[in-house]
Design a protein around this ligand. Structure first.
Ligand SMILES: Cc1cc2nc3c(=O)[nH]c(=O)nc-3n(C[C@H](O)[C@H](O)[C@H](O)COP(=O)(O)OP(=O)(O)OC[C@H]3O[C@@H](n4cnc5c(N)ncnc54)[C@H](O)[C@@H]3O)c2cc1C
Length: 416
């Protein structure tokens, strides 16, 4: 298919790279603008936990949230941290986050998440095949482990939500956990096993390979920082960058946690925060873990990666500019001590990245109401890897005026 129109994609993370690939399939000429190299450590897409989960339909903000938050905030090893000086800035977002925990809203968000994530494998498969990296898409299931016998059984609402959305959830006892994942220590007494979920053992390499594939098919990757849109009589016609001006017919804003500022420049204000997350890579931790495992009690993820074991988690509110606090990464190692009988932490590598967070856990996938030729694809929060290929496909459908594969109503930019 050929198409005389040029599309500029701002951002070359997982969302931008998948979008570039799907736009190329529609025959567009594609430019991708990003100061960072695709798959590099500057991108949130580099350091995530690798979960590719079609059954991910549990919002971050759930009923009962207000009971847990004070406990988390007071616990120095807890999963949530707000830097005090940053609290006034984050407060309006946090209030919206709490509002999203109302049950009727959770039901709506959960449906939207399932719709967006359901076909993650189907949408990635053609991309990884073309890019020659099929090994980066693994269907091995996902485990949520609990340190008490009733832990798994007590998570009734989330299990009910998943099952209502057709997601298979198996309840395991201590013996069954050991049989499925012998790498885990005997501290876990119950678990939820979701066999249809999957993982990517190197999310940074996945982005790099997808970008490489797009470049091979003609996309231009431009190392520049977008500063704003240049508006002509018929709306945006070019992007001003620190390296010059780039013209196009259509624009996709996929700049992750940095998207809010660029959208605001053309009048679309989205409540948006960086939910800073951390990981440690343990290249010498030869645990034998096969399945991505989430400690439901301690709120962190252990993922087997090509380069070792990755422990990931934490949500920290401190904005885009504050330096990383690597003590938060070190806490992950402490939390994981009881998950593995012996955890080798030599040559540990620490990382912090910016999750692009909306307060209702779902992204903005929409046209700018003011400028039809600007498409938003940002705010994927904790699920951008899962939603990357699906989002790319939907954006390409929107660009070419085709009916979108899913109901996009929940993802409107002006829903807040
Ligand atoms: C610890 C942790 C664990 C996670 N685990 C998972 C998981 O298991 N599964 C999952 O699905 N998700 C997970 N996530 C979330 C996931 O990583 C993100 O949702 C996803 O990476 C967002 O992708 P993105 O392309 O929007 O953003 P990014 O990867 O951050 O890419 C945005 C790009 O925009 C560029 N950019 C910024 N400003 C400009 C500008 N002005 N001009 C041009 N370019 C610009 C940046 O340089 C960057 O390259 C996790 C996140 C963290 C932090």
């Amino acid at each position: 298919m050929s198409n005389s129109e040029r599309v500029i994609v701002i951002g070359a993370g997982i969302i931008g790279s998948c979008t570039a690939n799907y736009l190329l399939k529609q025959g567009y000429a594609v430019d991708v603008i990003d100061p960072a190299l695709p798959g590099s450590e500057d991108q949130c897409s580099y350091g995530n936990a690798g979960g590719i989960c079609p059954g991910s339909c549990i919002p971050n903000s759930m009923p009962g949230l207000l009971k847990s938050v004070p406990k988390w905030l007071l616990d120095p090893e807890g999963p949530l941290f707000v830097r005090l000086a940053y609290l006034p800035h984050a407060l309006p977002w946090l209030l919206r986050f709490v509002a999203a925990s109302r049950k009727w809203r959770v039901e709506e968000i959960s449906q939207a998440m399932r719709d967006l994530h359901r076909y993650t494998f189907e949408c990635y498969e053609p991309l990884v095949r073309e890019a020659g990296c099929e090994e980066l898409l693994q269907k091995r299931g996902q485990l949520f482990v609990y340190e008490t016998e009733n832990g798994a059984r007590n998570s009734t609402y989330s299990t009910d939500l998943r099952r209502r959305h057709g997601v298979q959830v198996d309840l395991l006892n201590a013996g069954e956990i050991r049989e499925l994942e012998p790498a885990l220590s005997s501290v876990f007494k119950s678990a939820l096993y979701l066999p249809e979920q999957g993982q990517c053992p190197n999310p940074g390499r996945l982005v790099a390979k997808l970008a490489e594939n797009a470049a091979r098919k003609g996309a231009r990757f431009i190392r520049a920082k977008a500063q704003g849109f240049i508006i002509g009589p018929e709306g945006p016609r070019a992007i001003q960058t620190d390296q010059g001006i780039y013209e196009a017919d259509k624009f996709v804003l996929a700049a992750g946690a940095w998207s809010g500022k660029l959208a605001a420049k053309i009048g679309d204000r989205v409540p948006f925060e960086s939910e800073r997350g951390y990981h440690v890579m343990l290249p010498e931790a030869d645990t034998g873990l096969r399945i991505q495992t989430i400690s439901a009690d301690r709120k962190f993820v252990a993922s087997p990666m090509e380069e070792g074991l990755r422990l990931a988690g934490t949500v920290e509110f401190a904005g885009l500019d504050a330096p990383a606090n690597m003590k938060r990464a070190d806490i992950l190692m402490k939390l994981a001590e009881n998950m593995f009988p012996k955890l080798e932490t030599r040559n540990v590598k620490r990382w912090m990245g910016h999750r692009p967070g909306t307060p209702d856990s779902i992204p903005v996938i929409d046209r700018s109401p003011r400028h039809r030729n600007v498409i938003y694809a940002f705010g994927h929060g904790h699920q951008g890897l899962i939603a990357g290929a699906v989002t790319g496909k939907i954006v390409a459908e929107m660009a070419s005026e085709q009916a979108p594969s899913i109901n996009l109503e929940p993802f409107r930019v002006n829903r807040f």
